[in-house]
Design a protein around this ligand. Structure first.
Ligand code: SF4
Length: 376
């Protein structure tokens, strides 16, 4: 069943009092409340871990072992192939360990209904591969939107013209990672030609969809200090391996805020994972995976986007007319899989801070007392 989305409705600000200005009836342009603007939306900065406070029922369910449906899932419309080759890509090994596969329109259509009924709140369409290599991307976006799901799309931007359904997105993230074509070409191991096309597509989208949260993503990478694409998921067997160029993009990181602002976008800048990142984790078990999961194009459901192909709950989420996955969710098998996760083997855990909070603040651990929990 189609679920209507809540939309921000802009009410006219004209007062209905006798003192209100009279609007001439002809040949007059009424000022609009909202005009397209090159200024990006102002988003107050909070740490993403603070969002746990919004999902207290899910946190409680994790602490009691009765998992609720995931809050956000990753949707991978493409497996096993990317048109670029970023030096820091934490998905390169996962991608090269399996053949190319494209999610079918039929699966896309059913996925929205399934996730809506299950209680999933949001989709991050990304993948271990470039999602816009799937030419049916609009079908996927419509499927989620029609089932009331908030949708973010993360892409390298090369094929942005394949998307029409921008008005159905909550946000669009373009992983640019450079401000010039030459650096873009070096850090992504590709010809510089595509850079200008991405920029002109960003301008077009900004103009056509002024209220879309359009972000330019930038990963600061230093070939000497950052984890590179060969250092993730080391136990996965690899089909092909390419070199890591001796480059960094630090100078352009300094320019990124202004660069994004000039395009009317929000900049999201973060560092590539440092070498030996896993040694810095302050948690001993993984707790956070019941908040998410990954539906890939091959019908696998993975427990974690950072460990695709490592912890797989089912190899066919459509099995038994889509009834197997909800049955497995929260089962002994599911809990056993989570118990067997060894965090130190996860080279780049994006949710390490959440795991630390869950282990020491929410669940009682030997270190909980060190946090002086009652002094808030
Ligand atoms: S420890 Fe981190 S990277 Fe590993 S499975 Fe858990 S959430 Fe994912």
């Amino acid at each position: 069943m189609s679920v209507p989305k809540k939309k921000n409705v802009v009410e006219p600000m004209i007062q209905s009092t006798s003192n209100a200005p009279q609007i001439p009836s002809t040949n007059t342009t009424i000022p609009r409340i909202y005009e397209p603007s090159p200024a990006p939306p102002h988003v107050p900065r909070i740490s993403s871990e603070a969002k746990l406070l919004h999902h207290t029922a899910h946190v409680h369910a994790i602490s009691t072992g009765s998992f609720l449906p995931p809050i956000m899932v990753d949707i991978d419309p493409v497996d096993g192939v990317c048109n670029l080759d970023c030096n820091w890509c934490c998905q390169a090994k996962s991608r090269s360990a399996r053949p190319a596969k494209f999610m079918t329109p039929n699966t896309m259509k059913q996925l929205g209904v399934f996730c809506g009924d299950w209680g999933v709140k949001s989709w991050r369409i990304s993948g271990d591969s470039e999602p816009l290599l799937n030419q049916n991307i609009d079908t996927l976006i419509h499927s989620g939107y029609d089932s009331g799901i908030d949708i973010g799309l993360i892409t390298n931007g090369v094929f942005l013209e394949r998307v029409s359904a921008f008005s159905k997105l909550t946000y669009l993230g373009v992983s640019l990672d450079a401000t010039t074509a030459s650096t873009w070409s070096q850090v992504k191991n590709t010809s510089p030609r595509g850079f200008d096309t991405i920029i002109s597509n960003i301008k077009r989208i900004r103009n056509d969809h002024p209220s879309l949260d359009l972000c330019i993503k930038f990963v600061r990478f230093d070939a000497k200090k950052s984890l590179n694409k060969h250092q993730f998921s080391e136990h996965l067997s690899i089909i092909s391996e390419t070199d890591v160029a001796e480059v960094d993009n630090y100078v352009e990181a300094e320019e990124m805020e202004d660069f994004a602002k000039n395009l009317g976008c929000r900049a999201i800048i973060r560092d590539a994972y440092p070498e030996n990142f896993a040694e810095t984790y302050k948690f001993s078990q993984c707790h956070v995976t019941p908040m998410g999961g990954v539906f890939d194009a091959s019908h696998n459901f993975h427990l974690c986007c950072d460990a695709r192909s490592v912890h797989v709950l089912t190899d066919d989420y459509t099995r038994d007319n889509w009834r197997e996955l909800p049955r497995l969710w929260g089962s002994d098998l599911h809990k056993k899989l989570i118990e067997n996760i060894q965090p130190k083997q996860c080279a780049g855990c994006a949710k390490s801070k959440m795991n630390e909070i869950l282990e020491h603040i929410v669940l009682p651990s030997n270190h909980s007392k060190d946090y002086q929990l009652n002094f808030i």
